[in-house]
Ligand binder design. Structure first.
Ligand SMILES: Cc1cc2nc3c(=O)[nH]c(=O)nc-3n(C[C@H](O)[C@H](O)[C@H](O)COP(=O)(O)OP(=O)(O)OC[C@H]3O[C@@H](n4cnc5c(N)ncnc54)[C@H](O)[C@@H]3O)c2cc1C
Length: 406
């Protein structure tokens, strides 16, 4: 692998950073305060500079740099998270470019790609993931939402919970990739199927909404399905192999979750360095105390190390698709799961430190650090996969199944 970043990648980062500093940063608080209220003009603006098209091939209206989609998606998500600390817009974006562009382009049928991908690249539609059920999210194999065949349709019954973007998919348009059980007797090995979406206009769909502690700008809720008939054309990949397809999608989405955590943490660290250089106590800037400056050095080091591991993970995913056979999914699982268990904890720890260095000002809404803490906690709580589950994947794929509880 090469560690160098190409001139094109640097230029893309500059473009996204400049856009976000100018247009997104001033509206972070507004986004956090308005439920499901990410401003339309920001989504359009990000689409115009190629953010929503970065994982979508040109033939579907996107601007994907062949073989580098995930590296560009990492850059875009990181930069947005630096300026939108509530995490609403970063999560909206990473879901749409991860589960929408990146996942659908490999698994959706041509007819679906032709309809959906141009609308994602232009920023018109939102896309998300619909896997978790009320009885639990970690044990996906125990999912109960069932799909029964009726001619050329699948009839869905069941319930999904804790789903991001419920309102967005219904008001803006779009959908959620959805995992259903098609043959309970076969379990994950042949009994689960992924759907590109369950279209909003179908009968028997009842959405619900929750109130969360952070990232207010992005809605969260669930869907109950009662005899909802989904046409076959929405089946992703191979019927019965949905669990494996889904895990492949999770690797990309989790990588981008890590980008968001790192972007927000990097910004909080920079804000802190600026603050401790000008805030004085006992006759000198507080940053001159090694109790503070060494902690900043340690946080910066851990952040840079994780950035490198993530860069490797994104590169590996790009290689997996552009050079089939060069890298295995298991190798990707290990790197991405390492990043995903560590990033939310490191990022929230850095925000804790940042609040401490800012003293009482850090506890005010004016400072903005509390938005980052509330937003990042979504990933500590488990969004896109709980911490312990990530560790289980690392143990299983590095050290062997003998180390898992039976
Ligand atoms: C803000 C937010 C947004 C989300 N958005 C989506 C979304 O868009 N789509 C979607 O499908 N889901 C979404 N989720 C759900 C998320 O995927 C789940 O929270 C996650 O999979 C964990 O499931 P759970 O919350 O039911 O926890 P549980 O599975 O009940 O686990 C609870 C705790 O037990 C631990 N645990 C479980 N099993 C083990 C074990 N074997 N060993 C050790 N520890 C274990 C877990 O690590 C966790 O800490 C979201 C969650 C949050 C918080």
């Amino acid at each position: 692998m090469e560690f160098g970043v190409s001139d094109e990648q640097k230029a893309f980062r500059r473009t996204v950073r400049e856009y976000c500093q100018k247009y997104v940063a001033p509206r972070s608080r507004e986004i956090d305060e308005k439920e499901a209220g990410i401003p339309e003009d920001l989504i359009k603006g990000l689409a115009d500079i190629g953010v929503f098209g970065c994982t979508i091939p040109e033939k579907y209206g996107g601007s994907e740099p062949p073989g580098e989609a995930m590296q560009y998606a990492n850059i875009a998500t990181h930069e947005i998270a630096r300026t939108e600390l509530s995490m609403s817009l970063p999560v909206y974006t990473l879901l749409t470019i991860g589960w929408g562009g990146q996942f659908l382009k490999y698994f959706a049928k041509e007819e679906v790609k032709e309809t959906v991908l141009p609308k994602l690249a232009s920023g018109e539609w939102f896309w998300g993931i619909n896997v978790t059920e009320p009885q639990g999210g970690s044990d996906v194999a125990a999912n109960k939402t069932v799909a029964t065949r009726k001619g050329n349709k699948l009839v869905i019954n069941g319930e999904k919970a804790y789903i991001s973007g419920v309102t967005e998919s219904r008001t803006r348009g779009g959908g959620h990739c959805t995992l259903v059980v098609t043959d309970r007797s076969k379990g994950i090995k042949g009994g689960m199927t992924m759907l590109a979406l369950i279209p909003n206009e179908l009968n028997g769909i009842s959405p619900t909404l929750y109130k969360e502690m952070g990232r207010m700008g992005l809605s969260s809720g669930g869907f109950a399905y009662s005899d909802t008939e989904v046409p076959d054309k929405y089946i992703l990949g191979e019927e019965g192999r949905g669990f494996y397809h889904c895990m492949e999608g999770f690797n990309a989405a989790r990588a981008l979750v890590v980008s968001a955590c790192l972007g927000a943490a990097e910004k909080c660290l920079e804000m802190s360095a600026d603050y401790v250089k000008q805030r004085t106590a006992f006759g000198r800037p507080i940053g001159q105390n090694q109790g503070i400056s060494f902690q900043i050095a340690e946080d910066y080091t851990r952040l840079e190390m994780l950035k490198l591991l993530l860069q490797k993970g994104c590169w590996m995913i790009d290689q997996y698709y552009s050079h089939p056979g060069s890298i295995t999914r298991q190798e990707i699982n290990v790197v991405i799961s390492q990043c995903k268990w560590l990033a939310p904890h490191l990022a929230t720890e850095i925000v804790h430190h940042a609040i401490m260095w800012h003293g009482a000002f850090g506890y005010t809404r004016e400072c903005g650090l509390e938005m980052a803490l509330r937003g990042l906690m979504s990933y500590v709580a488990g969004a896109e996969g709980a911490t312990n589950i990530m560790k289980i994947i690392v143990v299983r794929d590095v050290f062997g199944k003998e180390m898992l509880a039976t």
